[in-house]
Design a protein around this ligand. Structure first.
Ligand code: FES
Ligand SMILES: [Fe+2]
Length: 338
């Protein structure tokens, strides 16, 4: 049985950044426990299940030759659509190309990301969150390996503001100097948003350096694997971070983040350098925490979570992850100190 709900298996997933798959390159990626061979030819990107149809050699260990992926074992070659275009030493009969084809998946490239659909049930296009390709904004991508833990727990981590002052003490917020905030949770049927209203930026060093003003921030979960956080000042957006947690296996995921900021304030490269400076330590803290959490759940064989007074999202994230819809509506505001 798959460790993933149908809603996850049937979605589009970001599996790699375009910049990490140059012309003529082949890469192996894991997606929902399925190994894939990704490769780029002049025709575009191909995504084949990483199993040669002939004798099941891993195709990701092959190389590109004449615009097709060549299996290292007997040299069969496959086009981006999976068609077998060559069996060395033999002539292919009519129909052999299809009969001997590798299993090809739908793949599209959008805004510097390579998206793959494991299932025919995925929609025609990957749904993208707001501003993902907005030309009015500067964008840059961040990616750092595959992490230990469940993709779902990573979604919950970024939707949860209460760990930011504790685990990330000093960087984002401070546990000794909390700010009074109002938290408002809104269900939109197929997404869930938490808005944090506050009068001033957080006390952490990251906010003090990067933000001049802040009146609210909104984190929205777009199931199954995307969370977008938007920080807004009096008049406009100051920063938008789209985090995507692609399930690799039941116990690992590949995180991607896309940073979007309004053009004009500072050159894009400077904003990128400043964000990265603060991002690296914060990301390392989350990475360690998710790995430790996962090790404990593995030890006990399953997760078992208590719902505290700050866990305002309850089981709604999990219901969306499983493909359920939520009753639209807004919760009453909750006062807290973050
Ligand atoms: S196993 Fe791939 S060509 Fe034979
Ligand atoms: Fe965090």
């Amino acid at each position: 049985m798959s460790a993933f709900p149908d809603a996850v298996r049937n979605a589009w997933h970001l599996v790699a950044l375009s910049r990490d798959l140059g012309p003529g390159q082949v890469r192996k990626v894991m997606l929902c426990d399925t190994p894939l061979a990704l490769f780029r030819t002049a025709d575009g990107v191909g995504a084949l299940v990483d199993r040669c149809p002939h004798r099941n050699y891993p195709l990701s260990e092959g190389r590109l030759r004449d615009g097709a992926l060549e299996c290292p074992y007997h040299g069969w070659r496959f086009a981006t659509d999976g068609t077998c275009v060559e069996v060395p030493g033999c002539a292919l009969a009519a129909g052999d190309g299809q009969r001997l084809s590798a299993q090809a998946l739908r793949v599209v490239e959008r805004h510097g990301g390579i998206f793959v659909a494991l299932s025919d049930k995925a929609p025609a296009e990957p749904p993208l969150p707001p501003d993902f390709g907005n030309p009015q904004l500067d964008h840059f991508w961040w990616q750092q390996g595959t992490w230990q833990g469940r993709a779902f727990d990573a979604v919950e981590n970024v939707m949860d503001p209460f760990h930011t002052g504790h685990l990330h003490h000093g960087f984002i917020r401070r546990r000794d100097k909390r700010r009074k905030v109002q938290l408002v949770v809104a269900s939109h049927g197929d997404s869930l948003a938490m808005t944090i209203h506050q009068d001033a930026p957080d006390h952490g060093i990251m906010s003090r350096v990067l933000e001049r003003e802040r009146t609210r921030s909104v984190s929205t979960y777009y199931p199954p694997c995307t969370v977008q956080a938007r920080w807004e000042g009096e008049k406009r957006l100051t920063l938008c971070v789209t985090a995507i947690f692609t399930p690799a296996t039941a116990g690992s995921f590949t995180p991607f983040a896309r940073f979007s900021t309004p053009k004009g304030l500072a050159p894009g490269w400077l904003k990128q350098a400043a964000i990265r400076l603060f991002l690296d330590p914060v990301v390392a803290q989350d990475r360690r925490a998710l790995a430790k959490q996962h090790a404990v759940m593995e030890h006990f064989g399953h997760p078992r979570f208590a719902t505290g007074p700050g866990d305002l999202l309850g089981d709604r994230l999990y219901r969306l992850w499983k493909g359920e819809r939520l009753e639209p509506g807004e919760d009453p505001p909750v006062a807290a100190e973050l």
